[in-house]
Each structure stands twice: as structure tokens, then as C-alpha cells.
Design a binder for this molecule. Structure first.
Ligand code: ZN
Length: 138
């Protein structure tokens, strides 16, 4: 069995952003040389997410609106967590959107459903943050 590990870095200019990272994840898989196995991709911060969905701008606006209705950023004073920090909403958004995805690797490719794409969801950006890719297989 082979293993492969890689870190990706993201620094968004806005507090919240969704970034399609499918090409970077696929490039890591190619670099690993693994043909059959499993690929894990996870955010290494508790205010950002990795998730799979459609790369469609209307849906992305819907996700933003939905997350803001569930855990609005402001007023900051509405959250117990906010004192030294102002990112309670980002922790909650990350919890809803998830920490990681696992994708089957078949024939050296990401074995996706038709419209599946991998996204990095940033909820407390404007600083450098890390994403882990770990691939196991042969
Ligand atoms: Zn915090």
C-alpha cells in the first residue's frame, strides 16, 4: 500500500469565499501515482470546510444566504464565543458544511458523481489557511 500527503494553502481576500479546488486535488492524485484507493481532503482549521457540491453560481449564493440565515455574522454580540474573537458564526458555518470529504480513487481518477466538485469553504478568511490531502491505496 502506498500513502501520499500534501498540504494546500488558501488566503482569501474576503471573509467568506467558496473556491473550487477540484483541479488541485486531481493534480495531487496524479502526483501520488495511486490508481486504486481512497482520497481524504480536510480543512485544517475550525472555521473553514471542505465539501462536495455543484459548481453553480446560483447555488453558491443560496449557500451563502442559507448559512447567514442560520448563523448570521452580525451582531457579533449575539454569540457567547465572541469576546476576544468575532468568528463564532464561522465556527457554526464550518460545523454545518463539514470538515472533510472522502473520494474513491478508481483507475487513477477521482470517482465522482456527474456534477460533483470539491470546494474549500472559507468562513473567516483574510489569513493563510491549510487544507490536507491524504491518499492511500496502490
Ligand atoms: Zn473562534
Amino acid at each position: 500500500m502506498k500513502t501520499y500527503r500534501k498540504e494546500l494553502y488558501f488566503e482569501t481576500s474576503r471573509r467568506r469565499e467558496l473556491i473550487n479546488i477540484t483541479a488541485q486535488v486531481a493534480a495531487a492524485l496524479t502526483e501520488s501515482g495511486i490508481r486504486e484507493g481512497l482520497l481524504l481532503c480536510n480543512a485544517m482549521h475550525i472555521t473553514s470546510s471542505i465539501f462536495i457540491n455543484d459548481d453553480e453560481s446560483g447555488l453558491h449564493r443560496d449557500i451563502e444566504t442559507w448559512l447567514e440565515s442560520l448563523a448570521p455574522e452580525k451582531p457579533h454580540s449575539r454569540y457567547h464565543h465572541n469576546g476576544y474573537e468575532d468568528n463564532a458564526d464561522a465556527h457554526l458555518k464550518r460545523t454545518i458544511m463539514g470538515r472533510e470529504v472522502v473520494v474513491a480513487v478508481t483507475g487513477g481518477k477521482l470517482d465522482f458523481g456527474t456534477w460533483e466538485q470539491i470546494f474549500y469553504g472559507e468562513f473567516d478568511g483574510k489569513r493563510r489557511k491549510k487544507v490536507l490531502i491524504k491518499i492511500v491505496g496502490e
